[in-house]
Design a protein. Structure first.
Length: 201
């Protein structure tokens, strides 16, 4: 195992010099060593490879190591794509299924702490009609998040407006009562900067 690690390190990130390899082929012993390193603050992040999750977690969660300290444990999934070396971290994808609101706050807090340790930006995906409270951009920023997405909010608002307008047209056969509710042509031109494109032509 040590030879394999060294070979891959040399090929992928040969510039890294300051590291130590603890060669341990026994999964249980490897889990204990990693847990003890975390307990003694000798490592910032505990990452597993071929070690089975159950083996690591059974050791990590033991009270004798005191690593949880009343906090909820959450899962962070590391991903990369073939054409991009920048990692993508997703939480919580597996450990907490349908978490309660208080559990979600633990998950968010864990993600913030993790991001600070690896110096990475945090992204929040904020959608509607779930179990999460509606947090504002300011609240997310105060928690350490720098990117906040509202992926379907505008789409849902547009669909609601479209549904209402279609019902009105079907009922009355005219758009006369909708004129004050829809965007004027001048407003559309301003949004898309239409005049500038006309001048270019």
């Amino acid at each position: 195992m040590k030879k394999t690690i060294l070979k891959r390190l040399f090929i992928k990130i040969c510039k890294i010099l300051d590291f130590e390899i603890i060669d341990q082929n026994n999964d249980q012993e490897a889990a204990i060593i990693g847990t003890e390193l975390a307990r003694d603050n000798k490592i910032k992040v505990l990452i597993k490879g071929n070690l089975h999750t159950d083996t690591l977690m059974r050791t990590y969660l033991k009270k004798e190591y005191g690593l949880i300290a009343g906090r909820r444990l959450s899962h962070i999934w590391h991903m990369t794509t073939p054409n991009n070396n920048k990692p993508l971290f997703i939480t919580d994808g597996a450990l907490n299924v349908s978490p309660r609101i208080e559990v979600k706050m633990h998950i968010l807090s864990n993600a913030v702490e993790f991001a600070k340790k690896i110096d990475a930006p945090l992204l929040a995906n904020m959608t509607e009609f779930g179990k999460s409270p509606y947090l504002s951009v300011e609240q997310f920023e105060n928690m350490g998040y720098s990117i906040i997405l509202f992926p379907v909010t505008v789409l849902r608002a547009m669909l609601k407006a479209a549904d209402s307008s279609l019902r009105e047209l079907k009922l009355k056969g005219t758009q006369v009562d909708l004129v004050d509710k829809i965007m004027k042509r001048s407003e559309i031109y301003e949004i898309i900067n239409y005049r500038e494109f006309v001048n270019i032509e």
